[in-house]
Design a protein around this ligand. Structure first.
Ligand SMILES: [Zn+2]
Length: 99
C-alpha cells in the first residue's frame, strides 16, 4: 500500500503514522506525526522550532492497512519508521518519492 510520511531534515529518518492514534517521532525528536493514513494525515505534524522536513510517499509491497494497525496496536514496530542509513527489507519499500 501507499503511505504518506515525512523525512526529517536533521536525523534523516523517514516516519509515517500507522493508525489514527499512532503518534510517531523521528530519532532526534524534531518531527512527529499522527492520524494514520487518512486524507490529510501528514498535515497533523508537530515540529521542533527550526526543524526542517520533506513530505515523502512510500510504496510498501505486501503491506495492508490491517498490518499497519496491528504493527502499532501490538507494538511490533516493524513499520512506521525507517532509520537513516538503513535498508529495512522487512518493510519491503519499493519506492520513495521525496516531494
Ligand atoms: Zn529527526
Amino acid at each position: 500500500m501507499r503511505v504518506y510520511g515525512l523525512k526529517c531534515g536533521n536525523c534523516l529518518d523517514i516516519i509515517w503514522s500507522r493508525a489514527r492514534h499512532d503518534y510517531i517521532l523521528c530519532t532526534c525528536r524534531n518531527i512527529g506525526t499522527d492520524g494514520g493514513q487518512d486524507v490529510g494525515a501528514t498535515t497533523r505534524t508537530t515540529t521542533a522550532l527550526g526543524a526542517t522536513w520533506k513530505y515523502v510517499t512510500l510504496e510498501l509491497h505486501g503491506v495492508q492497512k490491517k498490518d499497519m494497525y496491528d504493527d502499532w496496536n501490538f507494538s511490533l514496530n516493524k513499520l512506521g519508521r525507517i532509520k537513516a542509513g538503513t535498508v529495512d527489507l522487512r518493510q519491503q519499500v519499493i519506492d520513495i518519492d521525496e516531494n
